[in-house]
Ligand binder design. Structure first.
Ligand code: PMP
Ligand code: GLN
Length: 395
C-alpha cells in the first residue's frame, strides 16, 4: 500500500456503525436524522427526477448551474458581497469531499495545518493524506464557555503553517464561535498569511440566541477563506451527499483541479433538488416558513429533552449552543467493564462498546475527536446526537 495510508486506517464511523448494526442497537450516536426530510425537498427531488432526460445525465462538473446560481445569490446576501456562481463554488459529494478537495488542493508536503480541538475526526487524516502535518495542541474540554486564546493560537504557529481549520457550530462540542473570537482568528490569519478553512455544515442550528457568523464575512477574510457547507445537514437529507466549498475564485480553482481529476461530477438530480430547496429558503428566509428556522426550533426542544433524559440517570450534559450533538461526562457511571476484547482501549471507547452490546444504545466516544496524543486526557465523555425522534419516544 501507499505510504499515505499509514496511520489513517482506523475510523470511528466505520467501527461504530458496524458494531451498531451487529448488535441492532438504537443509533443515537451518528449524526443523521431518524425522520424524513421536509416534504418540499422530497417533492423537489421527485420533480427533478421526472424533469426530463437531462436530469439523468452529466451536468457541469464544477456544479450544476441551477445550484451554483442560487447558492451564490443565497450566500451573497448573507456575506454581503457579490459571489460569482461559476468561479466561487465547487459542488462536491457532501462536505466530506469539499474538505478532501480543499486539503489536496492547498496543502503541500511538510505544510502545517492548525486544527482546533475537539475536531470532526476526518480533518487529521485528510491533512496527512495531503502530506501535511496536523498541529493541534489547542485541546480543551469544557463547554460553550470554551474560548480559544490568542496565546494558544500563536503557540501553534511556525513558518510552515499554511492553514487553520475551524468548525462552527462545532462537532462534537456544540460551541458556536462569537464575533470577537472569529475576529481574533481573522486577525491571526491576515497577519501571518494563513488560509482559513471554515466548516459550517451546522450553520442553521443555533440555540438560546447564539448567532452563527461566517468568518468569510469579516473584513479581509473572503479572500482567504474556504467555507464548507452541506445540503445533507441543511435539509435533513444526509444520504443525498451534496456539499460545497465556497470562496474566492483564485483559491476555488485549485479545488476544481482536484475535483475534475477525481470525482469530476456529482449527481445531477440531487443538485437540481437542492437548488429548488435553496430557492425556497431564499424566498422565505427569516420567516416562520423557512426550514432553516423550523429545524432549529424543533431541535431546541429535542435538546432540552435529551438533557433532561441524561440528568434523570445522573449524567450532567454539556449544553451545546449549536449543532446536533451533546456530550456528557460518564465518569460517574459505575460499570463493571470486564470485556477483555476492549481492555487496551480508552475508557470512553470501552463504555460505548458496553452500551451497544449490553444496553442496545449506540453513542460515540469523544476521544475520537482528539489527536492521538491527547486522547489519554479526555476519556470521560461520550457524544449523543439529538436529531432523533427517538428522544420523544423514550421519555
Ligand atoms: N463536517 C462536519 C463537522 C460534520 O459533522 C460532517 C458530518 N456530516 C461533515 C463535515 C460531512 O458532511 P457530509 O455528510 O455533507 O459529507
Ligand atoms: N458527521 C456525522 C457525525 O458526526 C456523521 C459522520 C459519518 O457518518 N461519517 O456523526
Amino acid at each position: 500500500h501507499a505510504r499515505r495510508l499509514e496511520g489513517v486506517d482506523k475510523n470511528i464511523w466505520v467501527e461504530f456503525t458496524q458494531l451498531t448494526a451487529d448488535y441492532k442497537a438504537v443509533n443515537v450516536g451518528q449524526g443523521f436524522p431518524d425522520f424524513s426530510p421536509p416534504s418540499f425537498i422530497q417533492e423537489a427531488f421527485c420533480s427533478a427526477i421526472t424533469g426530463g432526460a437531462s436530469m439523468h445525465q452529466y451536468t457541469r462538473g464544477f456544479g450544476h448551474p441551477a445550484l451554483v446560481k442560487i447558492l451564490a445569490k443565497f450566500f451573497g446576501r448573507i456575506v454581503g458581497r457579490d459571489i460569482d456562481p461559476m468561479e466561487d463554488f465547487q459542488i462536491t459529494v457532501g462536505a466530506y469531499q469539499a474538505l478532501f478537495c480543499t486539503f489536496q488542493a492547498l496543502i503541500d508536503e511538510g505544510d502545517e495545518v492548525i486544527i482546533v480541538e475537539p475536531f470532526f475526526d476526518c480533518y487529521q487524516p485528510m491533512v496527512k493524506m495531503a502530506g501535511g502535518t496536523p498541529s493541534s495542541n489547542l485541546y480543551t474540554l469544557s463547554s460553550a464557555d470554551w474560548v480559544l486564546s490568542p496565546e494558544e493560537l500563536a503557540s501553534n504557529l511556525n513558518p510552515r503553517t499554511k492553514a487553520i481549520v475551524i468548525n462552527t457550530p462545532n462537532n462534537p462540542l456544540g460551541k458556536v464561535y462569537q464575533r470577537d473570537e472569529l475576529q481574533m482568528i481573522a486577525d491571526f490569519c491576515i497577519k501571518h498569511d494563513i488560509i482559513c478553512i471554515s466548516d459550517e455544515v451546522y450553520e442553521w442550528l443555533t440555540y438560546d440566541g447564539a448567532q452563527h457568523i461566517k468568518i468569510a464575512s469579516l473584513p479581509g477574510m473572503w479572500e482567504r477563506t474556504v467555507t464548507i457547507g452541506s445540503a445533507g445537514k441543511s435539509f435533513s437529507a444526509t444520504g443525498w451527499k451534496v456539499g460545497w466549498a465556497m470562496g474566492p475564485g483564485n483559491i476555488i480553482k485549485h479545488l476544481k483541479t482536484i475535483h475534475q481529476n477525481s470525482v469530476y461530477h456529482c449527481a445531477t438530480a440531487a443538485q437540481e433538488a437542492v437548488a429548488m430547496g435553496f430557492q425556497r429558503e431564499y424566498d422565505t428566509f427569516g420567516t416562520e416558513d423557512s426550514y432553516f428556522k423550523q429545524l432549529p426550533a424543533q431541535l431546541h426542544k429535542k435538546r432540552l429533552r435529551l438533557a433532561e433524559c441524561l440528568r434523570s440517570v445522573g449524567l450532567e450534559p454539556v449544553m451545546p449552543q449549536g449543532g446536533y450533538f451533546m456530550i456528557t461526562d460518564i465518569s460517574s457511571l459505575q460499570v463493571d467493564l470486564n470485556d477483555p476484547s476492549t481492555k487496551d482501549e480508552p475508557y470512553d471507547f470501552r463504555i460505548v462498546k458496553w452500551l451497544i452490546k449490553e444496553k442496545g444504545l449506540a453513542t460515540i466516544p469523544v476521544s475520537g475527536f482528539y489527536s492521538p496524543e491527547h486522547r489519554g486526557n479526555v476519556q470521560n465523555y461520550i457524544r449523543f446526537c439529538f436529531v432523533k425522534v427517538i428522544w420523544f419516544v423514550c421519555i
